[in-house]
Structure formats: structure tokens, C-alpha cells
Ligand binder design. Structure first.
Ligand code: SER
Length: 376
């Protein structure tokens, strides 16, 4: 079975072979963009290239970006742990074209990587394209449709509306129509009863989006209008944890080797067992395995928990985790900080900033846990 580390490396190697420069993740904490508290997509660090405010050094880049979707336009916090495929912090694998290649290459390469390198079953894949929006003067994505038709039978291509197929970074900023790739992970018998195409974008836990290919063509202005950009760009984002789950053939992101180490550590610390179900106890394991990542990497990137702004978001995530272990795992001492060394080692070669500050991060988390446990 491919490990998560191999899966990540295959992504980077594939785009390197297509002349992309591999760049590091930007920090998860955003200091220089008043429209964002945290990086919520791989494209954030490239916003000025899309808008034409800065000239890119490379026309093609790829990376894995630490993202956090817990505030603003993209906020998944309440789902996290309750379901098996949303996260606070997640890795977004992305490839970008800054005024270079466009829809044909982006679509063909995403298909090549998924089906030839990762060897996903083509019959389980569905794609969506934008149906257009006359009220905003945006046409249907006929080019994306034509490109997909070269690769996939037409009954696996679905049209989607603005909610699903027009991606925007926030209330303002670069945006454009997108084409998503979904995978149906249900068992064969269930697939025979209901075709996967009926479950795409319907919040089914086994029929999930894995990759979004955005074709950045507009800037959304403060007054709500769309201004066409001088150049056209590609911005893609693949949910790493979901991809690994699909490739490793698991029912839940938490059953992959990305989270299994942390879950085993929580079992050892608390003496309780994780059964992957829907009980409060199982949710607690998932919440802890998820939240420790968001908390640790955010602190490592320079954001301390506090009472305002980004610091308050981190404090809220930390307290959500404490409440779960306190109430549902009967554990009444600081727990999260004990997971930091394990996480730091796991990500040593991907995001080395954590291992470099491991003691500091553990100390900050422990103090926060102590203080909150006293109030509980
Ligand atoms: N920006 C898009 C997203 O976040 C694709 O990277 O889904």
C-alpha cells in the first residue's frame, strides 16, 4: 500500500516532470492580507500574481499547502470529528499556472495523475463543470466540458451551479469557474442500487470531492462586481487527506496513516479504544487527531492563542478538543501537548517548522490546557 508520504511525493514529482517549480507551503497564519486570518487555500500566497500586482518568478509551481478552514467564507469547524472527511487543518496539494497553461493541460494532467500514477478506478470518478450564470454574465464552461469529453464518458460529467462550480477566495479577490473531481468509494452493491452521479455534491460521506481545478479569470470587487483579469490562470487544490484515504481504500480519513499514529497515542494515554463509529467517544478521538494539527502548526507559524482575532480562533479549537477529552474520554489532565513530539516527527520532512520549535509549541499548548481545565 502506498504510504501518505509516497502519495505526497508522487504529486510533487509528477508536476516537477511537467516543468513545475516545487515551492514550500506558506505559513498557515496570514499577516499581510486584511481579507484573511488564515491560509484557506493553496492559492492565497499567489493572490498578487493572479491580480497582476506582482510578476511571478516561475510561471508554473506546485506544493503542498497547510490550510485552515475555521473562519470566514470557508468554515468547517462544526463538522470536524463528527464526520470522517472534514478537517480544521488540511494539506492542499496544488499546481498553478500564472498566465501559462490553461484548461486543456490542467484537466488532462489531473486525469493522468489520478488514473495512471495513483491508479484510481476510472469508473468511480465523476467530474463537474460550471453551468454558467447569466445574471453575472458568466458563460457555461464549454471548453472544460470539451476537454473532459476526451477523457471520460459524458454521463460522468455533471453541470454544477455557482455554489459548487465557481470558486471564490473570500468576499473579494481572484475567482473563476471550476471543475471538480469526485470519487465514489461505496461498495459495489450500493453502487448498483444508486448511481454515483446522483450523489455527487450531496454530502454523501463516501462520494466525495477530491480535487478542484479552478480557472482564475476574474477579480471580485468590493461592490460585488466581477472584473475580468488581464491574464488567465490555473489554481488547483487536492485534499491530501481525502486522496490518501481513497488510495489506501479506507472508509474514513482517520483510518489512514496520516492520523492512525495520533489515534493510537490517544488510546495509549487515555486507556480507551477507538472504534471508528459515531459515538461521542469516537468523535473525541477524531477531534483530537484533527485539532492537534491545527493548533500545533498554527503556533509553530507564530500565532499564539489569545482573546482576539486569529489567536481566539486557535483558543476555541483548543478548547473544543479539551472539552471532548474531558467529557467523553474522562481524561482530566492536559493531553494535547503530549501529542506534539509524535506529530513533529511525522512531518519532519514536510513542514520542519514544528520539530524545530517542538518544546515551545508543547509548552504553549500545555499552559492553555492547564488554564482551561481549571475553569472546567
Ligand atoms: N482554490 C481552490 C480551492 O481551494 C483550488 O485550489 O478549492
Amino acid at each position: 500500500m502506498m504510504t501518505s508520504a509516497q502519495i505526497r511525493q508522487h504529486f510533487l514529482d509528477f508536476f516537477k516532470s511537467k516543468q513545475h517549480q516545487i515551492v514550500p507551503s506558506a505559513p498557515i497564519v496570514v499577516k499581510d492580507d486584511p481579507t484573511l486570518l488564515f491560509t484557506n487555500a493553496g492559492m492565497n500566497q499567489f493572490k498578487d500574481y493572479f491580480l497582476g500586482n506582482k510578476k511571478p518568478v516561475y510561471a508554473r509551481v506546485a506544493d503542498t499547502q497547510k490550510c485552515l478552514r475555521v473562519s470566514g467564507k470557508h468554515n468547517d469547524l462544526e463538522e470536524v470529528g463528527v464526520d470522517t472527511y472534514h478537517h480544521t487543518m488540511f494539506e492542499m496539494l496544488g499546481n498553478w499556472s500564472f498566465g501559462d497553461y490553461f484548461k486543456a493541460e490542467a484537466i488532462a494532467w489531473s486525469w493522468e495523475l489520478l488514473t495512471e500514477i495513483y491508479k484510481l478506478d476510472k469508473d468511480r470518478l465523476y467530474v463537474t463543470v460550471f453551468e454558467g450564470d447569466p445574471s453575472e454574465g458568466i458563460p457555461a464552461s464549454t471548453i472544460a466540458l470539451a476537454e473532459w469529453k476526451k477523457l471520460i464518458p459524458e454521463d460522468r460529467i455533471l453541470f454544477g451551479n455557482k455554489k459548487d462550480n465557481f470558486w471564490e477566495m473570500g468576499d473579494t479577490g481572484p475567482c473563476g469557474p471550476c471543475s471538480e473531481i469526485h470519487v465514489d468509494c461505496r461498495p459495489e452493491e450500493e453502487r448498483k442500487k444508486i448511481p454515483g452521479r446522483e450523489l455527487v455534491n450531496k454530502d454523501h460521506p463516501q462520494v466525495i470531492e477530491i480535487w478542484n481545478n479552478v480557472f482564475i479569470q476574474y477579480n471580485r470587487l468590493k461592490d460585488g462586481s466581477l472584473q475580468p483579469l488581464p491574464m488567465r490562470h490555473v489554481d488547483t487544490g487536492m485534499g491530501f487527506e481525502r486522496l490518501v484515504r481513497v488510495i489506501q481504500g479506507k472508509q474514513s480519513n482517520y483510518d489512514t496513516d496520516i492520523f492512525s499514529g495520533t489515534i493510537a497515542a490517544v488510546e495509549k494515554i487515555t486507556g480507551k479504544t477507538y472504534d471508528a463509529g459515531d459515538s461521542k467517544q469516537a468523535i473525541s478521538f477524531r477531534v483530537l487527531a484533527d485539532h492537534i494539527r491545527a493548533i500545533s502548526f498554527t503556533i509553530a507559524d507564530g500565532q499564539l492563542p489569545s482573546n482576539t482575532g486569529a489567536g481566539y480562533v486557535i483558543r476555541r479549537i483548543l478548547r473544543r478538543a479539551v472539552r471532548y477529552y474531558y467529557s467523553c474520554l474522562d481524561y482530566h489532565q492536559p493531553l494535547l501537548y503530549q501529542l506534539v513530539p509524535l506529530l513533529a516527527r511525522q512531518f519532519e520532512n514536510v513542514f520542519p517548522e514544528l520539530i524545530q520549535q517542538q518544546d515551545f509549541v508543547s509548552k504553549v499548548i500545555r499552559e492553555e490546557e492547564d488554564a482551561f481545565l481549571r475553569t472546567l
